[in-house]
Design a protein. Structure first.
Length: 432
């Protein structure tokens, strides 16, 4: 059966965006293969593809489970591929049984590849254009679970992020040539990239206040590696993560994006944060470049419990999380575990914690404790931070984050030598 190509596939702006990626007719790359392999592994499928679609063909930038393929074998006519349906709707294409779906039944690619079930999420360019999709394929019909669909959605966003970061790098390099200036990312571009690595807003967690802050180093226009995230994993479980990638610039931002999206993709599969971080370590080692960048991370998985929340925390070479009780006492929660992305042996472990009304858990990057005034190497340090937090009575999550940020800026005389990220999880006191 030959399908008619939808007009959305032929949209000139979309085609220009696909061409601008420079990915068409290019060799496989680890960055995309790693994400496709992760998709296949987490959905328990035999094959996974990253596709770019122009007006004539669907091109497999990554083809997991297909063996070594020459260039000519990694493309099929656009009208034969289910991806043209995805582009026409800009919506996920989730099909449990292709023989029961008239849109896919009889497509040449479906028959040639022996496809029984198909799941695909769109990947987008810098301005939202649908470039193609990340898809997983099973040879027999099956029911795609909610967790599998969510995992695919998360990894598709990671593919989109990789493409956007490459576009940003290309634009910054063109700016350097045009301005004949030192090779650096402009302030506007740096802000845009940094914002893409942080959630636009934190979700609402019933019975919990959450607040976060990111404060860049003084006068910096560089993209940095600090990141934080808060998201629901499955059922009543939530995951909070805060990390710091060694270094700055677009390469650090790419590692940051990989870290954030890998944690999002793997957290629904585990209630142990150390296992989530082990998966992140494996992903980082697979992508390890010559510059040897590493990542420090604090990760907490928690859920509501009678009277508050209970959770598990793991830290990998990261400053300890601070748990302030309602009475003002502060406990440092730190586990064994070295930085990620260096070696397979991380020594990660978990520690359990509980949050009751009036308690707050604070995650932060070392930009907080290592802040110091200009010309003075007396760091803000752990003791000042613990004392400050002990005095944060009845401030709520927003107030605590602001209090810490303001205190560090005042102490350093607003001369921040490193970026700082802060994430607070606060259980409000019970109302009388």
């Amino acid at each position: 059966m030959v399908s008619e190509v939808p007009s959305a596939v032929l949209d000139p702006r979309r085609l220009a965006a696909v061409l601008a990626t420079g990915l068409l007719d290019s060799e496989p790359e680890l960055a995309f293969d790693e994400l496709a392999l992760l998709a296949a592994t987490m959905t328990r499928t035999q094959r996974a593809f990253v596709t770019l679609v122009d007006d004539r063909r669907s091109f497999w930038k990554s083809a997991i489970g297909m063996g070594e393929l020459p260039l000519r074998a990694r493309l099929i006519p656009v009208e034969d591929s289910p991806s043209h349906i995805l582009i026409a709707t800009n919506k996920p294409l989730i099909v449990d049984d292709v023989t029961a779906d008239p849109r896919l039944r009889g497509l040449a690619a479906v028959e040639q590849l022996g496809i029984g079930a198909w799941a695909e999420y769109p990947i987008h360019g810098p301005n939202g254009e649908v470039l193609g999709g990340l898809c997983v394929v099973d040879s027999v019909s099956r029911v795609w679970t909610d967790d599998e669909v969510q995992t695919l959605a998360t990894l598709a966003r990671a593919v989109s992020s990789e493409i956007r970061l490459r576009d940003a790098l290309a634009r910054s390099e063109r700016q350097v040539v045009e301005l004949q200036a030192a090779a650096k990312v402009s302030a506007e571009l740096a802000r845009s990239l940094q914002e893409s690595l942080l959630p636009p807003m934190l979700p609402t967690v019933r019975g919990l206040q959450a607040a976060a802050s990111y404060i860049p180093a003084t006068g910096e226009t560089r993209v940095t590696g600090d990141f934080y995230d808060l998201f629901q994993t499955s059922g009543t479980h939530w995951c909070a993560v805060l990390g710091d990638v060694c270094g700055h610039g677009v390469e650090a931002a790419k590692i940051t994006a990989l870290a954030r999206y890998t944690v999002r993709a793997d957290a629904p599969r585990h209630t142990s944060p150390s296992m989530v971080l082990e998966q992140l370590n494996r992903a980082l080692l697979a992508q390890r470049g010559k510059d040897g960048r590493f990542v420090t991370v604090a990760c907490a998985v928690f859920r509501p419990d009678e009277g508050g929340f209970t959770g598990v925390l793991s830290t990998a070479g990261h400053p300890p999380a601070l748990l302030r009780r309602a009475d003002g006492t502060v406990e440092a929660l730190k586990t064994l575990g070295i930085v990620l992305g260096i070696t397979e042996e991380t020594g990660l472990e978990d520690v359990h914690f509980s949050l009751f009304p009036g308690d707050v858990l604070v995650l932060y990057s070392d930009g907080v404790t290592e802040a110091h005034p200009p010309g003075n190497w007396d760091l803000f340090g752990d003791e000042r931070l613990i004392t400050l937090l002990s005095e944060c009575e009845d401030l709520g999550a927003d107030g605590i984050v602001k209090r810490i940020g303001d205190a560090v800026l005042e102490y350093s005389q607003a001369h921040m030598t490193d970026d700082m990220a802060i994430l607070a999880l606060y259980v409000p006191p019970l109302q009388p």
